[in-house]
Design a binder for this molecule. Structure first.
Ligand code: TXA
Ligand code: MG
Length: 332
């Protein structure tokens, strides 16, 4: 299959493809999504096949309004309505009781469904023009870092999907926060673009899925149990200061290994390949996946990154880094 690259001017072509049950990668404000009609079994099967995604991992349905969200759920509890009102359009996926309208492949047989209204003009235009709820996981091959540019999508999925809508680089850079509103208090299943602090300022207390901090627990978001984001080289999180980081890199180089390091701007560390995250946690979120993907274009054997704070979007960035490192932490 030849994958078409679609620009804003030719968005109609993407509308047609989606209405015919094809899958199309689309930009959102978090990461690119691989979109298909959420009510079409054919389209949803194509999404799973193109990504190589395990079928027990449910998809998020993207909508353009609260009214459209209502088409997919039994009811909207008050807390969920408050969250939609405050954070939609935005990087918040809300898990509610499904009414069965979406294909059962979308929900992976669960009786709940994840819904999100993305804050991206092209994504919203596509949802509105097709009149469809669009099921869309991140548009990467399963296990790889999520794509934050159309080039990332093309790298992973060219030849496997009908088209890519090019919207340049995504803004936030990490995926949406997933919050389960079928329980009291609501539970954050995946930290993401909307912070826990922001959510709690609106609805009060939330819980964090214990699996986010304890290894022997099964996560409630099926997707959180899989290895994810891992670069080809061995990535280690370093829980120590800059001089300890340099010491580890020097040791690896003495052992003949080619080293990579992920740094904030201004951090003066020597390694064979360096990647910089900017100066804030927000820029770190924007650049993290591109950094991880860049190392795959090099021949580094070992990558090091210092551990991060969990404040604000740091909770999400740190979660992705620890997953990418497969839990490998080096302490002094
Ligand atoms: O920012 C995002 O959320 C991006 C863009 C494209 O919207 N999408 C995304 O989708 O990250 P995906 O499929 O890569 O991640 C969805 C996560 C998975 O961990 C999945 O298991 C969880 O949400 N999830 C979806 N529906 C669920 C449900 N009913 N119950 C529990 N977890 C659910
Ligand atoms: Mg994903």
């Amino acid at each position: 299959m030849k994958t078409e690259m679609i620009q804003q001017e030719t968005l109609k072509e993407a509308v047609r493809l989606l209405q015919e049950g094809e899958v199309v990668a689309i930009p959102t404000e978090t990461v690119y999504g691989l979109a298909g009609d959420a009510t079409s079994e054919t389209a949803v099967r194509r999404i799973f096949a193109a990504k190589g995604r395990p079928s027990d991992n449910p998809l998020i349905v993207h909508v353009a309004s609260v009214e459209q969200a209502k088409q997919f759920v039994t009811h909207i509890p008050d807390v969920a309505a408050q969250l939609m009102d405050t954070f939609w359009p935005g990087a918040l996926t809300i898990i509610l009781e499904s009414n069965g309208r979406a294909s059962s492949l979308v929900t992976a047989g669960l009786d709940t469904i994840g819904l999100r209204m993305p804050d991206h003009p092209l994504a919203l235009q596509l949802i509105e023009a097709t009149g469809l709820g669009l099921a869309a996981p991140s548009a990467n091959r399963s296990g790889k870092p999520s794509p934050t540019s159309s080039a990332h999508v093309a790298h992973d999925l060219s030849g496997r999907i009908a088209a890519i809508v090019d919207g340049g680089e995504t803004g936030i850079g990490v995926e949406s926060t997933v919050i389960d509103c079928t329980t009291n208090p609501p539970v954050i299943l995946r930290p993401g673009g909307v912070t826990r602090e922001q959510i709690e300022s609106v609805i009060g207390n939330t819980a964090l899925d214990p699996a986010l901090s304890m290894k022997d627990q099964t996560p409630k978001a099926p997707g959180m149990k899989y290895t994810h984001y891992a670069p080809e080289a061995t990535l280690s999180v370093v829980a120590g200061d800059l001089s300890f980081l340099q010491q580890l890199i020097d040791e690896a180089r003495q052992n003949g290994q080619k080293t990579g390091v992920i740094l904030f701007d201004g951090e003066d560390i020597e390694a064979d390949v360096r990647c910089f995250l900017g100066t804030t946690m927000e820029t770190a979120a924007q650049r993290l996946y591109d950094c991880l993907r860049r190392f795959d274009q090099t021949t580094v054997d070992q990558i090091f990154v210092r551990d991060l704070s969990e404040e604000g979007v740091g909770l999400a960035v740190r979660n992705r880094l620890h997953k990418a490192a497969g839990g490998r932490i080096i302490r002094p």
